[in-house]
Design a protein around this ligand. Sequence first.
Ligand SMILES: [Zn+2]
Length: 275
Amino acid sequence: MMTAAILPGAPQPSVGGPATARAVCVLAPNPSPMTLDGTNTWLVSEPDSDLAVAIDPGPQDEAHLRNVLAVAERLGKRVALTLLTHGHPDHAAGAARFAELTGTNVRALDPALRLGDEGLAAGDVITTGGLELRVVPTPGHTADSLCFQLSADRAVLTGDTVLGRGTTVVAYPDGRLGDYLDSLRHLRALTADGSVETILPGHGPVLSDARGAVEYYLAHRAHRLAQVETAVEQGHTTPAQVVAHVYADVDRSLWPAAELSVRAQLDYLREHGLI
Ligand SMILES: [Zn+2]
């Protein structure tokens, strides 16, 4: 997260609890400037099924992992599968322990994160207890970032690709700006035809105007890119100099993360012959 901007669509003030007919958020106790309120662990299931899919168990925090299980139990559900949006530790570090507690496999794009035989690939449709989740590759925040489209609720689970508040980091060099812009355009296409109206993010509140949020992200990236280009033209050539110039309005504790995004932007501008 980079700024405290309020995104379009009147985000819910609170985080956690039921979000759509099929998705319930369990908030992990790891708040920080980067993780906002904490990591959103999602339990997704058909209302009449006793099987649930867990998305992003979160950090290695035994109390949180057990709380996710307790919430599932209270809902009358058993976790049958664990999915990861990407490998950052605030989403994935608890996955192995969670898999142990639930006896489930872990499916992710990155083979190193998987437990069990199955991975995830573009267009895969997860079907668990009648629930359908479509895998949408969205590289950019990281190379292994995925979204999961929950068509029945016109929703998409975005991990760190789109957050409930502010904007995300392009975690260069693993994350690439060109990929990220393509991923945002892909998400925009899903929102344009009404297939997706709600964003269920990896951090922060649910967004009820998916299209507005994705448009905001694209506009924000274009704005930052123009600022970086201008900064370089004015002689701020190192990533640290560009951060100090362009991100002067952002809390200094976020500058190290901003520097990753700046490196991604400088790389993009060079690749496109713009600087
Ligand atoms: Zn992340």
